[in-house]
Design a protein around this ligand. Structure first.
Ligand code: ZN
Length: 280
C-alpha cells in the first residue's frame, strides 16, 4: 500500500501581501475559504497566521478564534496549527492563544536571522512556551530554521518538555538561515533519526525552492508543507498559484513517488493526535 504523506498548507504567513499575490487569503472569510479549497485538494494541516483589517500581521486572539471556528466547521477532521511567532505587538499572547485549543502550535527552539530581522527566541521563552504547551495538551510543531535548533529539540526532550512522537518542521531557503541544499537536509535527517528516532518530520523550501524540497522530502520518507506563505516568502515577484493549486501539485508529486496524500484520520494517527470524534 502506498505511503500516506501528510500535506500541511501554510495559507497566509506574516510577510507577503495582496500586492504580492491577489490570491493571498487575508480576511477571515478568505482564509476559511482558502483552507477549505486546500483541504479538498488533500491538505490535512493548516498553518495559520492572521491579519488585521488593514491586512497587517496581528496577534489578535479573536481573529485566531474566528478562523479556527470557521475552518473546523467547513473542513471535518482538519488539523489546525497556530503560528505563535510574531514581532512585538504582532505576537499573540501564547497562553490565550493556546486556550483556544488548536491541535498544534509552532515552537521555534532557537534564534535565527531572517532577511532584515532577528527571529528571537530566548531560551527562557522557549522553555516557558514548551511548558505551557505540555500543560494545555497542545502539540508543538518544532520549527528548525538553523542547525543548532535540532540539538535544542533533544535537550528540551531530555528536560521532559516534549512528548513523543515529536513533530519537526525543517524550513530551507530563507536567506541568512538554512540553505536549500540536499546535503543539508540529508545530514539533518540522519541526525534526527539518531537523536529522536520516533520524530515525524516535514520539510518546506521557500520561494523557488519549494518544488525541489517537496521532492527531497518524498524521497527521504518525510511529510511536506506547501502554501502561499512559503512560496511568496522570498521570491515575491513570482506569481504563485492559489493554496489549493499548490496542494494539488504536491499531492500529484506524492503519486510520482509511490505515495499519496494522507487522510485526516491517517494524519492524526501518524502525529499521535486524538482520533476524529465519531458521529453519534
Ligand atoms: Zn508561518
Amino acid at each position: 500500500m502506498s505511503r500516506p504523506v501528510i500535506i500541511s498548507c501554510a495559507i497566509t504567513g506574516p510577510v507577503a501581501g495582496k500586492a504580492d499575490n491577489p490570491a493571498l487569503p487575508v480576511t477571515p472569510a478568505e482564509q476559511i475559504e482558502s483552507t477549505h479549497e486546500a483541504f479538498e485538494a488533500g491538505a490535512t494541516i493548516v498553518h495559520l497566521h492572521v491579519r488585521d483589517d488593514q491586512g497587517r500581521p496581528t496577534g489578535d486572539i479573536d481573529r485566531f478564534a474566528q478562523v479556527l471556528e470557521g475552518v473546523r466547521a467547513h473542513c471535518p477532521g482538519i488539523i489546525v496549527e497556530f503560528a505563535t511567532g510574531g514581532r512585538g505587538e504582532q505576537s499573540p499572547d501564547p497562553v490565550r492563544l493556546l486556550a483556544l485549543k488548536p491541535d498544534l502550535a509552532t515552537l521555534t527552539p532557537g534564534s535565527v536571522n531572517f532577511p532584515g530581522e532577528i527571529f528571537a527566541n530566548a531560551p527562557s521563552a522557549i522553555e516557558h512556551l514548551a511548558g505551557t504547551m505540555l500543560d494545555t495538551g497542545i502539540k508543538p510543531v518544532l520549527q528548525v530554521f538553523d542547525l543548532a535548533m535540532l540539538y535544542n529539540i533533544r535537550a528540551l526532550a531530555d528536560q521532559g518538555l516534549l512528548r513523543e512522537p515529536m513533530q519537526v518542521q525543517f524550513v530551507l531557503g530563507i536567506p541568512n538561515a538554512l540553505p536549500a541544499r540536499r546535503q543539508v537536509l540529508d545530514f539533518m535527517i540522519s541526525e534526527l533519526r539518531d537523536l529522536c528516532p520516533a520524530a515525524v518530520w516535514f520539510a518546506t523550501g521557500v520561494g523557488r525552492h519549494q518544488d525541489t524540497v517537496v521532492e527531497w522530502a518524498l524521497f527521504l520518507g518525510g511529510h511536506i508543507r506547501t502554501g502561499l506563505e512559503d512560496t511568496l516568502r522570498i521570491d515575491r515577484n513570482r506569481m504563485a498559484a492559489s493554496n489549493a493549486e499548490l496542494v494539488a501539485r504536491a499531492a500529484n508529486r506524492c503519486m510520482e513517488y509511490g505515495a499519496r496524500a494522507a487522510t485526516p484520520a491517517e494524519s492524526r494517527a501518524i502525529l499521535g493526535l486524538p482520533p476524529l470524534p465519531q458521529a453519534a
